[in-house]
Design a protein around this ligand. Structure first.
Ligand SMILES: Cc1cc2nc3c(=O)[nH]c(=O)nc-3n(C[C@H](O)[C@H](O)[C@H](O)COP(=O)(O)O)c2cc1C
Length: 417
């Protein structure tokens, strides 16, 4: 097995020989509980939002309900739903994408009950594609243009148009309504998706936010004002017990090298603003959870998630390539399949970071798809029974279920490692 470069060499994580099973005791910290508002998590493992193509016209199918139940029974402390559109015609373009609206609530209730019944917490992820949405000409949904801060997918590349002030208010109400529906269904909270190059990330990224009203600007905090309003309005509507998570990333699906925060101070402005508005948990998504963000800074080994944690009293979750040697985007879009399991090494490093107080929660994506009982296997030290994730084996169904003519905007990536 190949070892990751280990910036914590000399601590617990470095004490093993590379091909030895990790004694579960070294990971004990990952099995300690954590409470966020009214949500008591049984451990530090999270299954992050992942679209599976199991929705029937926006509503969870029986297959989705059973899948979510199985993942919760598999031991994760927290399950986050796949990206789900609020009730707005510009918010989705595929029948297999989740929608939170009156007509889908009965099936969503079954997901919430199934997950919570197995002892995991559950957050609904609220998402909007922004300019990444492309609907085939002639389809009824094509009447609604793709909406975004400035009509851009990335510099020099347009789709749809900039949102008017009225549309900004309308969509904010739709986010609040989705959160209220989630609360009515018994969810523990919601997650505002502002990552990976979709609508709310398009506001955070200077390249796609060229607005000259209150929602643009040259600082990240300035470009996060719309998010702060959405979070603040949700907080007012749902009260004090309900958890609000905020997911962001530096990278975009269309540009791996993109950044929303140019330096730690820029990041600090956004984190402070959102925390004040009502965010309880920062879910920081990266392609590789162990990659230092600003190596020439005062904390050369801090990842973007750890930088975030250093700026807030709210818990922080990391996510990205836990247990796998190939990151998600190269895996899904460039067909590079993982060839090595890195579970013991990665969890060892992350456990040390939780112990030193620079992280709180660990997101495990694809390895949860391949092993719905990932957490139970890790807890039992059954690492050798873990199955390696493969797009070909575990995900073809997602791609097969997409309707032709409704594709996401294609990727035009800047090549970076
Ligand atoms: C099939 C698939 C679907 C995904 N869908 C979503 C999504 O709906 N919302 C989201 O925030 N991230 C989504 N992601 C990203 C994951 O939440 C996670 O950040 C990513 O897979 C990296 O974690 P991993 O390396 O552990 O897989 C998806 C990932 C995969 C593999």
């Amino acid at each position: 097995m190949k070892a990751r470069p280990d910036p914590l060499a000399g601590t617990n994580a470095g004490a093993r020989t590379p091909d030895q099973d990790m004694p579960p005791a070294a990971l004990d910290i990952l099995f300690t509980p954590l409470t966020i508002r009214n949500l008591a998590l049984r451990n530090r493992f999270v299954m992050p939002g992942m679209q599976r193509g199991f929705m029937n016209d926006g509503a969870p199918s029986p297959k989705m309900i059973e899948y979510m139940r199985r993942c919760a029974a598999g031991g994760a402390g927290l399950i986050i739903s796949e990206s789900t559109s609020p009730d707005h015609p510009s918010g989705y373009w595929q029948p297999v994408m989740g929608r939170m609206e009156r007509g889908t609530m009965r099936q969503w209730k079954q997901v919430v009950d199934a997950v919570r019944g197995e002892g995991a917490g559950f957050l609904l992820q609220i998402w909007h594609p922004g300019s990444m949405r492309r609907v085939a000409d002639g389809h009824p949904l094509a009447r609604h243009p793709a909406l975004s801060p400035s009509g851009l997918i990335q510099a020099g590349r347009g789709n749809g148009r900039a949102m008017t002030s009225r549309e900004l208010v309308e969509l904010k109400h739709a986010y609040v309504q989705a959160a209220l529906h989630a609360q009515e269904l018994g969810c523990d909270g919601i997650e505002v998706h502002a990552a990976h190059g979709y609508l709310l990330d398009q506001f955070l990224w200077a390249e796609t936010n060229q607005r000259d009203d209150d929602y643009g600007g040259c600082t990240l905090a300035g470009r996060a004002r719309y998010h702060a309003e959405i979070v603040g309005d949700i907080r007012k509507a749902v009260g004090e017990d309900f958890v609000i998570s905020f997911r962001f990333s530096q990278f975009k699906e269309v540009d791996y090298g993109a950044t929303i925060a140019s330096d730690p101070e820029d990041l600090r402005g956004m984190v402070g603003l959102l925390r004040k508005a009502g965010v309880d948990l920062f879910n920081v998504s990266s392609r590789r959870c162990h990659k230092p963000e600003w190596p020439a800074s005062a904390h050369p080994d801090y990842t973007i998630a750890e930088w975030t944690r250093s700026m807030t009293d709210a818990p922080v979750m990391t996510c990205g390539s836990v247990g796998l040697n190939v990151e998600m985007f190269a895996n899904l879009f460039d067909d590079q399949e993982p060839s090595e399991l890195m579970v013991e090494q990665d969890l060892g490093l992350l456990a040390d970071r939780v112990r030193r107080g620079t992280l709180d929660l660990v997101g495990v994506g694809r390895m949860h798809i391949a092993n719905n009982d990932f957490v139970n296997k890790v807890r039992a030290g059954r690492f050798r029974e873990l199955e390696l994730f493969s797009k070909k084996t575990h995900l073809m169904e997602v791609f097969e279920n997409l309707e032709p003519g409704f594709q996401e905007e294609g990727r035009r990536n800047v090549s970076v490692e």
